[in-house]
Write a protein that binds this ligand. Structure first.
Ligand code: FRU
Length: 481
């Protein structure tokens, strides 16, 4: 692409595939992420949206309905198979959400410290505009999961009625941390799974028989641990099969670069500027800021047995060192383009986790390559796939304390989850001061050849039904329910 005056060129990425076990980590570079600002309009009236409509989520109405009156609902995923298909089980669509009690006396921003996995179901042929999701309650019995809170993951239907729930077991140790929302003893985090049974009849869906197994804790080498950084991230497992490596099961997850917080120093490859680029930053310039504190990565692990109870770490597939500190809820989505499998890595991130000198919206980011491990090309050359309406000319904020002069929709949605057909689901966080805790209208994002575009012909001006997570594969019970 032609460079934007005053901005550097993005890094050249080949999309070349490497062996999943190879020691190659793709870099989301500062040169790449600088394209977010290069593509943003510097001249909008303050508080408007400065991003291209192609990457801007349409505005959510302020009078959105609550999905459930008793629990706040945020990160959500479907019952899937190993190829990201969404499964209708005996005539029911099933989704899993982090939930927290709306009436327990803590606020929406304390949800993380009180998170449980809940589930909802509705008839596969329901009218998504009219028929509500039925709340089934907590997925696991109280005090049975590993850890004292349950954070995000993914759920896979296995043989028969067996399901594997992959989740983050987060353990908080003190009340200050748990109820006041930070500042106390740092939590532990492990990736775990629970094998259990799904049951369905004409009344709905239930689960039982869960057996929990701890799968992975950060090793401190490839993946940062708590001793190295109390604010470390190690969470959000998503498992999948790769047609290029039949018989293997892989997992992507959110991590940080191993090593003590603050010891990392930015490298030339994290900057990714072409030699002689007149708008490049120098290493010395970048390292004179605190940019090295931001060390997100997307981790990869491979299962060592068929029961998926034993896993080994592989090197991260993507790092965002000196760019951003959090690449959350990663997913791999394989799409055939011109007879070739293209691997899309999607991951969510925030304004407030960007490194010094970098800026971007809350939303979903994407990367495309020829394999699970490849030299990933950021979508739209920047990595930004879909963000909430934001004036990127203004300083970064956080959802609990937005700048009133900013676009009131800058935190309208988070935790975007890409489904088959480019349907993107998310939860409502803050719509012009009204806090959410319910699923957003689903939007459609067309993506091909590394370019994404919001489909504004979908639904009403681009907004589909609230919490629209349809299924595309049917299992069991044909015609019975
Ligand atoms: C994203 C997220 C996840 C985490 C969960 C905790 O919204 O931060 O990374 O698992 O929320 O509530």
């Amino acid at each position: 692409p032609a460079p934007t005056p005053g901005f550097p060129l993005p890094t050249n990425h080949t999309q070349q595939a490497y062996d999943p076990a190879a020691d190659f980590t793709s870099k989301w570079t500062r040169a790449d992420a600088k394209q977010i600002m290069a593509q943003s309009n510097p001249n909008v009236a303050p508080g408007q949206n400065s991003m291209s409509p192609n990457v801007t989520m349409p505005e959510i109405p302020k009078d959105f309905p609550a999905m459930n009156d008793d629990v706040w609902v945020w990160d959500t995923w479907s019952l899937t198979d190993e190829n990201a298909n969404q499964i209708s089980y005996k005539g029911w669509d099933v989704i899993f959400s982090l939930v927290a009690d709306r009436h327990a006396g803590y606020g929406f921003d304390q949800r993380h410290w009180n998170a449980r996995i809940g589930y909802f179901f509705r008839k596969t042929n329901a009218d998504p505009a009219k028929d509500k999701w039925n709340y089934g309650g907590h997925l696991f019995l109280d005090n049975t999961s590993i850890g004292n809170t349950e954070w995000s993951g993914s759920t896979r239907l296995m043989q028969g009625n067996k399901i594997n729930v992959f989740y983050t077991a987060t353990t908080f140790y003190d009340v200050a941390e748990r109820n006041a929302g930070g500042g106390g003893i740092a939590p532990d985090a492990a990736i775990a799974k629970a094998l259990g049974n799904i049951h369905a009849n004409q009344n709905g869906v239930t689960f039982d028989g869960f057996q929990h197994t701890k799968l992975l804790e950060p090793d401190g080498k490839l993946y940062q641990n708590k001793a190295q950084n109390p604010g470390f991230a190690f969470r959000d497992p998503y498992t999948f099969a790769d047609p290029a490596h039949p018989g293997k099961t892989f997992m992507v997850f959110e991590g940080n670069t191993g090593g003590t917080r603050g010891s990392y120093k930015c490298k030339q490859e994290d900057l990714g500027y072409a030699a002689g680029d007149p708008n490049a930053e120098t290493l010395a310039q970048v390292n004179s800021t605190g940019a090295w504190y931001q060390t997100a990565n997307v981790g990869l692990a491979v299962a060592d047995n068929k029961d998926l109870t034993k896993w080994s770490f592989l090197p991260p597939i993507l790092s965002a060192n000196c760019v951003n500190d959090q690449t959350e809820r990663p997913q791999i989505f394989i799409q055939n383009e011109n007879g070739k499998n293209k691997y899309y890595l999607f991951t969510i991130s925030h304004q407030f986790t960007y490194a010094d000198g970098m800026r971007g919206p809350d939303g979903v980011y994407g990367f495309v390559g020829n394999g699970v491990r490849s030299d990933y090309q950021p979508v739209n050359n920047s990595g930004l796939a879909l963000g909430s309406p934001t004036d990127l000319n203004m300083q970064a904020n956080a959802p609990e304390g937005p700048d009133p002069r900013q676009n009131g929709r800058q935190f309208q949605a988070y935790s975007h989850y890409v489904q088959p057909g480019g349907l993107v689901q998310s939860f409502i966080d803050n719509v012009d001061g009204v806090r959410g805790g319910s699923l957003s209208p689903t939007v459609k994002m067309n993506f091909k050849a590394g370019v994404t575009q919001v489909d504004r012909s979908f639904g009403k001006n681009g907004l589909g039904p609230f919490g629209y997570l349809p299924t595309n594969v049917r299992v069991g019970g044909e015609g019975l329910y």
